[in-house]
Write a protein that binds this ligand. Structure first.
Ligand code: MN
Length: 297
């Protein structure tokens, strides 16, 4: 297994731990971005307050383990992400959104923020937002899985996806093996979220990404000292070269510069009318080097 340690990054005052993209591994299937945040406890203030910003060429996935986050976007959507609920935003050609801890909150925050690269055939589709209040559960031997999107062990989560993809949260009881079926044509990643666990007899570290190459039928997982929660991602290797810069996924520098200019000039992405404060400005692009997310493909 290839193992990636997280990199600490500041996101508007909220410390996040970035697992994707990193130089040794940019993507897992179409999953091209993965931040972990929390677990945090707070008694006042709102630790997450990401002002309106644009996206194009991708989907955003917000998945919480504790706490709440309100999504608002330029389609006038407003939806609270909570543990077990999926907020899935499909930017297509362009959308703007904000994500905040609501004023009334549990004083906790723990979750993951993911992006999915859209394939060429759909990256200029109109934007959309989907809130799924519940996700299907599936028993895998002694383990339980919540299927965020895609299909696992014969249970399918209805969600808007454009490439073969899997996202699931597994709960592994301590000391018992669970044989988790995998698709041979997928590459996968395992991220223990609270406690270490074992994968095929190796100890898997919390907040680290453990990459599994395609060609596997299963992985045997076992909880560590208590019930372990693990994020399982999978997907068919994404074979279109992409460029990432700021909040954009594109194919060329010119597209990224055009997206930046459209945001700065108030075009294309719309306005998040439900958000009370100012929107984010794009950083300067001059001299910027967008990240080639999968340069080897
Ligand atoms: Mn965003």
């Amino acid at each position: 297994m290839q193992v990636l340690a997280p990199r600490a990054t500041d996101l508007g005052g909220l410390e996040v731990r970035r697992l994707l993209p990193q130089r040794p591994r940019r993507m897992v299937g179409a999953w091209c971005f993965l931040d972990l945040f929390g677990p945090a406890r707070f008694s006042e203030g709102r630790p997450m307050d990401v002002a309106p910003h644009p996206h194009c060429g991708l989907q955003t996935v917000t998945w919480l383990l504790q706490g709440e986050a309100v999504h608002k976007d330029s389609l006038d959507s407003e939806a609270v992400a909570r543990p077990g609920a999926l907020n899935l935003m499909t930017s297509g050609s362009g959308i703007a959104h904000s994500e905040e801890t609501p004023v009334r909150n549990s004083g906790r925050l723990h979750g993951v923020q993911l992006w999915v690269a859209l394939p060429d055939a759909h990256r200029n589709d109109p934007p959309a937002f989907d809130h799924h209040a519940e996700r299907p559960l599936v028993e895998i031997g002694p383990a339980q899985a919540m299927v965020m999107l895609g299909e696992l062990a014969g249970v399918s989560a209805q969600a808007r996806t454009f490439t073969p993809l899997l996202g699931a949260e597994l709960r592994l009881p301590a000391g018992v093996d669970a044989e988790v079926p995998l698709r041979r044509d997928f590459e996968h990643a395992l991220v223990p979220l609270d406690l270490p666990c074992d994968g095929d007899g190796e100890r898997l570290t919390v907040d680290h990404l453990h990459y599994l190459e395609p060609g596997r039928d299963q992985v045997v997982l076992r909880g560590g000292s208590g019930t372990s929660r693990v994020l399982l991602l999978g997907g068919a290797p994404f074979d279109e070269p992409i460029l990432m810069w700021w909040n954009f996924v594109a194919r060329t520098r010119e597209e990224i510069e055009a997206a930046r200019e459209d945001w700065q000039e108030g075009r294309r992405f719309g306005q998040v009318r439900r958000y009370a404060g100012a929107r984010l400005d794009a950083p300067e692009f001059a001299g910027a080097r967008p990240v080639a997310a999968n340069p080897m493909s």
